[in-house]
Design a protein around this ligand. Sequence first.
Ligand SMILES: [Mg+2]
Length: 393
Amino acid sequence: MDGRTPARRSTARPLPGAGPPPARAPEWALYVDLDAYYVACELRDRPDLRGRTVIVGPPPSDGPGRGVVLSASYEARAFGVKSAQPVRTAARLCPDAVWIPPDFPKYERVANEVRAVLRRHSPRVVPYSIDEAVVVAEVESDEEARARAEAIQAELRTALGLSASIGVARARVVAKIASDRAKPGGIRVVTDGEIASFLAPLSVRAIPGVGPRTEEILTRHGVRTIGELASHEPQEFLRDLGGFARDLIELARGTPRESGEGSSGPRSRSADRTFDRDESDGARLAGAVRDLATELAAALDREQLRYGTVGVAFRWSDFDRTERRHNLVGAREGPAPLVEAAVRLAHGLWAAECAGRGRGVRTVSVRAERLAERLQRQASLDEYRPTGTGPQR
Ligand SMILES: [Mg+2]
């Protein structure tokens, strides 16, 4: 990456008398998801293992720990092995698999190489996780968007030896769902007019944010596929799902509204936890928020990101959702400011919203917003140094 702030044409004011600024090309979201990422990173160094059943995770020979599979090759997935599965189960399903202990510094190094490639194709790259990112491309047509995706896929393969699946659509949520359908190694383009028919046959679970609990609620209303959702009215689910119902139905009808995270707006990252049983103990909630904030800070750290705003949200047992945010002074990094702000927000939220209402919390989430890259800031400080004395990138 070049460390410079991406150009923002929209902020440039036209000169007096120069007429309206030229119209911008439409924005397309290219949702890039690397295939079997941790395994793929390992296979770069161990080409002899290509085509074999490979599992990245704590080897079962290390003892009967509580470890889980981090990533499995597609050959191992054919045996039913999948991410987050207990090591014991995976070992039983696929006894001949080659196990590789995880090497996180390697995966972070490779992720930075991936982002450098993505930035060669657009200055606007929004990382979502270590192996997923959206590339925002301003192009005139779906053919051009597809060509951009093909170029990205080819460069990731030739320069880094990595396979990526790419979903292409105007709305990020649709691009994300399309990337899941493109796995492994494909490209799926969904134009605005195709959204409803593309989504119709898919299970509601294909929608990001729809977990087993929401699925169960929708099933009770006779809704299993996204297409079935389209013929319902948001009011029918309002009591169970709140405002989420409207988002789901608008998506199903092919007119998704993007979440607060607009393509040119502030980037954010969050971590959440849904309790097995609604939680109504303030101290335990604060503990969960502390854990989530620590986990989120570690994820931001791995991606070399700083943050300017911290938010905490509770989804209550009646599906009502409340949120509080706090703007920090300047961009911060590391776990301390995030954890401290999140726990304080959680206490405030709990005290204000719960008192006497007798409802518990179903899901807590901690969010970091106004993200900025650490390298970016260093680069701008370095500009004040005399040429040649700054650190080499
Ligand atoms: Mg992936």
